[in-house]
Every structure is written in C-alpha cells, then in structure tokens.
Design a protein around this ligand. Sequence first.
Ligand code: FAD
Ligand code: SF4
Ligand code: SF4
Length: 546
Amino acid sequence: MSGGGGGGTTSNLRPKFVPKTPPCMNTCPNHVDIRGFITSISLAEKKGKSYDEAYTEAFYRIAETNVIPATIGRVCPHPCETACNRINVDESVSINKLERTVGDFAIEKGLPLKKLTDEKRQEKIAIIGAGPAGLTCAYHLARRGYNVTIFEAFPKAGGMLRYGIPAYRLPRNILDAEIKRIQDLGVEIRCNTAIGREISYDDLKNEYNAVFVGIGAHKGLNLNVSGEEAPNVYTGAEFLHKINSGESIDLGNKVIVIGGGDTAIDAARVAKRLGADTTILYRRTIKEMPAIDEEIEEAQKEGITMEFLAAPIEVLKNGNMAKAIKCIRMELKEADGSGRPRPVPIEGSEFITDATTIISAISQEPDFSGLEQFKHGRDWTKIDFKGETEFAGTYAGGDVIELSTVTVANSHGRKAADAVDHHFRSQTFEPEEKRFPPIISHEKMRLDFYEKLPRIPIKSLPVDERFGDLEKEVNSTYSHEEALAESKRCMSCGMCFNCEKCWMYCQVNAVVKTADLDHPFAFKLELCDGCKKCAEECPCGYIEMY
Ligand SMILES: Cc1cc2nc3c(=O)[nH]c(=O)nc-3n(C[C@H](O)[C@H](O)[C@H](O)COP(=O)(O)OP(=O)(O)OC[C@H]3O[C@@H](n4cnc5c(N)ncnc54)[C@H](O)[C@@H]3O)c2cc1C
Ligand code: SF4
Ligand code: SF4
C-alpha cells in the first residue's frame, strides 16, 4: 500500500512503545537506573516538579540499587560513561558527577532510606564486614524487613572507603552520613568485633539464619625482596590504614611508592600532601596502570614523579633502616595471563634510588584468619550465581572474591540480599539481567535530533592549594544549574522523554497526548495507517512497528 496521512508508505504494521535498557545502566556493575534518575532532573520542569521534588525522586531512584551515591559519585571509575550512547554525538554524559550531586542533596536534606515493606521477618542475618559489600547487603535486607547485624573488625564502619581511600577524595562527613542512614533503617553495626577471632563463624551460623561474608582484602602484599622488613618500609594498605586512622608517620623527604593501582596513587598523593618528594615506580607503562585515569592525571598534576618500566630488586639499608631501593629496568614482551604486556628485566640495567620511606602498594589479599574455610588454596572465596558459597546459607561478595571496585562490591551485596530474600520466601532466584529489556544501541536512535552540547566540567582545587591538609576535598559537586545543564545532555536512550516528535509527525492523529506525565503519549491504533513515521522520527528508539 502507498499514500496515506504521512505522505509515506503505509503498511499493516502498527507502532508500539517498547522500553529498552540503556547501555549505561547495563554496563554499571550495580545497574543503577541512570536514565531514570537523570531524567528526573532534566524533565522536572516539563512535569511541573520543583527542584526539591526532582532531586528527591532522583535519589530514591538511585537508592533502589545504590545506597551510597554521594560516596560512589566520588570514587567510582564509572564504566557506565564508557558505554554511554552520547559518545556518538559528542562526549558521554557525566553520570558519576550527577550521581554525586544527587547523593549530596540527599545528605543535605536528611532524606531517610525507605523500607519496601512494613512486614517484620523473623530471620536474623549476620554480615561480616562493614565495607560497601556488607553495608549494601545489610540495607537491601533491612528494607525487606529482616533483622540485620553487621560485625566489623575495625573501630569504625566503611571498610576501604574509610581505611583505604583518603579523605581528600572522600570526605568522612559524607561517608559517615551515608552509613548513618543505613543504621537509621535499623541495621546494627558492632564494631571492634572480628569474626573468626572474637566470635567464631560456627557460633554465628548457629545464631543467625544466613551469613554474608564481606571481609574485603586488607592485607598488603610484600615485595619479596631482601631488606623490606625495615620499619620504614610499609605496604600501601598498611600505610593508608595508619594515616586514615589518624596516626602520624615520619616519612622523611623522599618517598618511593611501588605499584600502579589505586592504592599506589592514593599512597603517593598522601605522601605528597605530607610534604615528601614522591616517586611512583611501576614495572609497566602508564597505559597499563590499573588505577583510575583521572587519579593518575591528578597525581601527575600534583608533581608526583612516575618512573615506568622499573621494578624493585632489593631494599638497601643503613643499620636497620631502609635508605635506598635497588631497581632494574624492564621491557614489555607479549601479553601475560592478565592480558597486559609482560614486563621482563633487562640484564645489567640495575640502578639505585635513595628513599627515606618505601611503600609497596603492589596488591592486597584478604585476611582469612579464623575464616580459613573461605580460602581455596591460592584462590579466594568462591560463590555461585546467587552469591552463595559452598556452605549453604552463607553468601559472600566484594573484594574477598576478587579485588575490584566499590560499585562491584555493592552489586555483590545487593545480589546476595536478593538471593537470601528469595530463599526465605521459597522463591526461585534468577539474575536480574534476565529480566532486562533489550539494550538500545546508538544505531537504533536518531542521533541527528540531539544538539551538540559540551559536557559540564567539574571544578577542582588549584594544585597549590591541595597540600598540607589531607582533608581538603579536591573535586567539587555540581551546582544545581550545572547539574541541570548536564542532565539535559542525557538522550533518554530507549525511553520517552516527551520530545513530541511522534505526535508532531503523525498526520492521521493516531498519536494522542495523555494526562500521564510519565507516559505522555498513546496510540489510537484505529486511526493508524502504518506509515512508520513515528518510529522513524522517535530520537530515543522507543517506538517499534509490529
Ligand atoms: C587505597 C584504595 C583505593 C581505592 N580506590 C577506589 C576507587 O577510587 N574507586 C573504587 O571503586 N574502588 C576503589 N578501591 C577498591 C574498593 O575500595 C574496594 O573494591 C571495596 O572497598 C571492596 O568492598 P568490600 O566491602 O568487599 O571490602 P572492604 O571495603 O575492604 O571492607 C571489608 C570490611 O570487612 C572488615 N573485616 C575484615 N575481616 C573481618 C572479620 N574477620 N570480622 C569482621 N570484619 C572484618 C574490614 O575491617 C572491612 O571494614 C580502592 C581500594 C584501595 C585499597
Ligand atoms: S555506580 Fe559507577 S558505574 Fe554505576 S552509575 Fe554510578 S558511576 Fe556509573
Ligand atoms: S545518553 Fe543517557 S540514557 Fe543514553 S546511555 Fe548516556 S546516560 Fe544512558
């Protein structure tokens, strides 16, 4: 058939609104409803919502998955942004900074977390470790009505968020506020209580109906070179733990940090703030450094020297104190098991660098003392698709499975909570990804609809104002105007954002406006002649013809 209202080809096909999964949400390990929370802000005016209403809605959308958005909004390496469809127009949406803005709003307004039900479950759940994995698991169980107690070995909750990540990246008032909100929901946190030492795992199992193991990986790895037992040689985890616990350390004026991950960068930036001339020694090149790119850039801006393709072979001492490090130059050969090029020593290339303090930040591992049953030889704790260990009723997640990120720890904690809940309700658990609608690719969208708009940068402290104080936060939160402008860059991939294109292009009035602000259009299929114009013009790929 041809002709018809749109002037194009008519057909027997009829349009349907089909929500899709945006790639940002699919890629976020914790599957935060990114499109949902950003459009809560960007569409607020169209929906007649105030600033407060929009941010409150955005917060509760995030809190469906991520209970610590102000924290995550400061530290997440944001893989979601790498997948953002907007990259095909100009640059990705600044998702992480928007998440932080909403998180800060929630703290400022004292927004409480909400329970999903008034039901009070009889089952008691024990959580070992108050890091992001344990805290998240606790929240998702408490909101479903369970009795939750977290046992934490350290004096305060937060795990690596408190004892690893420095305060200039994550201010402690922000972390404290987000933890308190979880406690206010009814979660009890018992600090200074190490499971496997103060209380045995068996006793815990007997008293509680389910257990979640989220003990992280706090033991710094040694270099395995002679001389490293000197008291001025620290592991990165040990050094940051001491500093973040308020201890002062006399570093001297020349610090060498070994490693290329987040711990190495954080240790180096802390040492620099404490006044030491600081060098990072890494055995590969900057390209292979596993640390977050922005952190590497900031470290360089702060004047931290980076010596690549070099590895330590001996700590040289004066008496019992380290005074220098002997290194060897490396060259890169074909990839190893990690997929990165393999560093190989170059014979005869040894050199010596003086040091007043040496920090070995090469990696961490879990401390399984008293919990040895969760260690598998050289491997760490194993879990199945539900997050359950081989011990029925005991779940695990976070760094104790594999060193990863805060959002991965959150996702493990959330999944385990979901699995525990399904278990006690005798329901079959299936991974949430199975329920996601198809992912919308930029190729299925009308990218020409979207105007090029520069990404709104965040403000950061000038470098010369950063030193001498470990608490001074480097990056700032978007203002409301900045957040609003950035939110409008989101293309609402796969979901209506009320652009009216379908309604404007339909010449037979088969698209009508509704009073429902969340679903502003409907089809009058009896008027439709199948010209497909609505589907062709919809910028976000929400309409399909069937
Ligand atoms: C220096 C550093 C910087 C980092 N920077 C980033 C970053 O910028 N972005 C990012 O996403 N990730 C970062 N990470 C990684 C991130 O911090 C971890 O992936 C995350 O904290 C893991 O969470 P978790 O809950 O599994 O473990 P943790 O945060 O390690 O928490 C585990 C908790 O369990 C407690 N515990 C241990 N044993 C016991 C026991 N027997 N009984 C009771 N409690 C116990 C510990 O005291 C701790 O509080 C960084 C890590 C480090 C070390
Ligand atoms: S948690 Fe990380 S990956 Fe997920 S939306 Fe936030 S910034 Fe993106
Ligand atoms: S444009 Fe918006 S919805 Fe689309 S991928 Fe990026 S953040 Fe997600």
